[in-house]
Design a binder for this molecule. Structure first.
Ligand code: PHE
Length: 501
């Protein structure tokens, strides 16, 4: 185990980094639409239940384990049970796969940040995105060559993701988050104020919040809430294990978990207000219902928002800069946490310096991510994102919870975190982790498999799904097994070398 693993300089530094990882693209482009399409204001009930029964309990569990064992995912799981080590590597591998495309979206946002100054997307944002900018081919199977308009900003994003962790936990990651998070919050507040003062904002908010309590009887709404909480809090990826392993010995665990959980949730709610007040304005100016302009993901950020920005009555560029700047800040603070997760796994398990582990892993990641900078990049990204989220993340979450709650003494973590914390966790914590969360994640996984078997995702060809979805999801298993093998060879060689010396 490497001795010099680094440590956070302050409690607030750790909290900012953990919230920085949690607040990402998902809060801005996924949460608002998920709320609106799952019962509006009524969705907040399942969301809060999911946060309290799964999100925060798992945060407490991961913060506690990372702090106690002071290692990254493979080391943490390996020290609980030698056979579980491969699972830790799998989490690191999933983080690696997610990074390779997550950074691509940040690169798009970075380009749009520059286009913001003269509204460079013109009067047809859709044509601009697919044609001029992404040079989208007509199928995921035809790559169409490297697109430098994406490859260049992508190189810059990778450089930032490499340099910040190289500077260290305290001088790099903590400092970057202490700058990025306040900037993000200020831009969001400005957007909220601007949004709310536009005509039509109220219709947008009405669509966003208007409670439809009948939706609470629909199981899918509850699953959407659990899915959103898992993705949004960056849990079950090994990220929070790595981050909490840098906490000083005397650190409050339970409070930190509540602050991270509620901080992330408040940010999501506010960004929904910003998004829907602007959409309300746009719908009003076009004379259509809000429902018609509401969307999520790439379409919301790179088509609907540019359109809405074009339609603003004034200071369009300023607003555009705020919006795309927020996507970049939110994205970078999350991607740094992903990079830290797999590179710290390598550094910890191979006794390697941070810089060497980062150089190797970022170098490979950079090359792999170039596939998303081709003319088929958007399609491939969409496929990989869908499959890795449904089968990597949900399954990893389920396995993690079942292993820790059923085959490990959960009570030992509760009695470890309680003396460290102001606020004590009660038996409710064990019940949530043992019964409620695994049951819901299990149902979620089965339903996902059922839907995907019935209809291929988004109508992509089976060939494309097998090639990209299969390649990256199976790739994450293969990487995990290879890393485990390489590691055991490494340890047996280094112990032989020690014997000889
Ligand atoms: N929590 C991030 C978001 O909401 C997504 C993310 C997942 C980031 C996993 C890092 C790791 O966008």
């Amino acid at each position: 185990m490497s001795k010099n693993r680094g440590e956070w300089g302050s409690r607030i530094g750790f909290i900012m980094a953990a919230i920085g990882s949690a607040i990402g693209l998902g809060n801005i482009w996924r949460f608002p639409y998920t709320v609106a399409s799952n019962g509006g204001g009524a969705f907040l009930i399942p969301y809060l239940v999911a946060l309290l029964t799964a999100g925060i309990p798992i945060l407490i569990l991961e913060f506690g384990l990372g702090h106690k064992i002071r290692n990254s995912a493979p080391g943490v799981f390996g020290s609980l049970n030698k056979k579980w080590q491969v699972f830790g590597w799998w989490q690191a591998a999933i983080s690696f796969v997610i990074t390779t495309y997550y950074v691509v979206v940040i690169a798009w946002a970075m380009s749009y940040f520059l286009f913001s100054f003269n509204l460079g997307w013109g009067s047809d944002p859709k044509g601009f995105l697919f044609g001029d900018f992404l040079k989208l081919t007509d199928s995921p199977m035809s790559l169409g060559g490297l697109n430098f308009k994406v490859a260049i900003p992508l190189s810059i994003v990778w450089a930032v993701n490499y340099i910040v962790p190289v500077l260290g936990v305290k001088n790099g990651i903590e400092k970057a988050n202490k700058i990025l998070m306040p900037m993000l919050v200020v831009s969001l507040l400005i957007m909220v104020v601007r949004g709310l003062t536009l005509p039509g904002a109220i219709d947008g908010l009405d669509y966003y919040f208007k409670p439809d309590f009948s939706k609470l009887a629909d199981g899918r709404v509850w699953l959407a809430a659990y899915g959103q909480v898992f993705y949004s809090l960056s849990i079950a990826f090994g990220i929070m294990l790595a981050y909490s392993s840098y906490l000083p010995k005397e650190s409050d665990i339970v409070n930190n978990a509540f602050i991270t959980g509620f901080g992330n949730c408040s940010f999501s709610l506010l960004s929904g207000i910003a998004v829907f007040s602007i959409l309300g304005y746009m719908a009003k100016s076009q004379g259509v219902p809000v429902q018609e302009v509401a969307s999520a993901g790439v379409g919301l950020a790179f088509i609907v928002f540019p359109k809405a920005i074009n339609a603003l009555p004034g200071m369009n560029s300023l607003f555009a800069v705020m919006f795309f700047g927020s996507l970049v800040f939110a994205g970078i603070s999350s991607s740094i946490s992903l990079v830290e997760t797999f590179s710290s796994s390598i550094a910890d398990r191979f006794n390697m310096s941070r810089i060497k582990a980062l150089s190797i892993s970022c170098g490979i990641g950079y090359l792999v991510s170039m596939i998303f900078a081709t003319g088929a990049g958007l399609y491939i990204l969409d496929i990989v994102d869908h499959y890795i989220n449904n089968y990597g993340v949900a399954l990893a979450g389920l396995i993690e919870i079942v292993m820790l709650a059923w085959f490990f003494n959960l009570e030992s973590i509760r009695s470890y975190v309680n003396p460290l914390s102001d606020f004590q966790v009660g038996k409710w914590w064990n019940i949530c982790l043992k019964y409620i969360t695994p049951a819901l994640l299990g149902i979620m996984t089965i339903l996902n498999i059922r839907t995907d078997l019935k209809i291929p995702y988004e109508g992509y060809s089976i060939e494309a799904i097998a090639k990209y979805g299969g390649f990256f999801v199976l790739g994450s298993f293969v990487i995990a097994v290879i890393m485990l093998k390489v590691e055991s060879t490494y340890h047996s060689i280094s112990s032989k070398v020690k014997e000889v010396m």
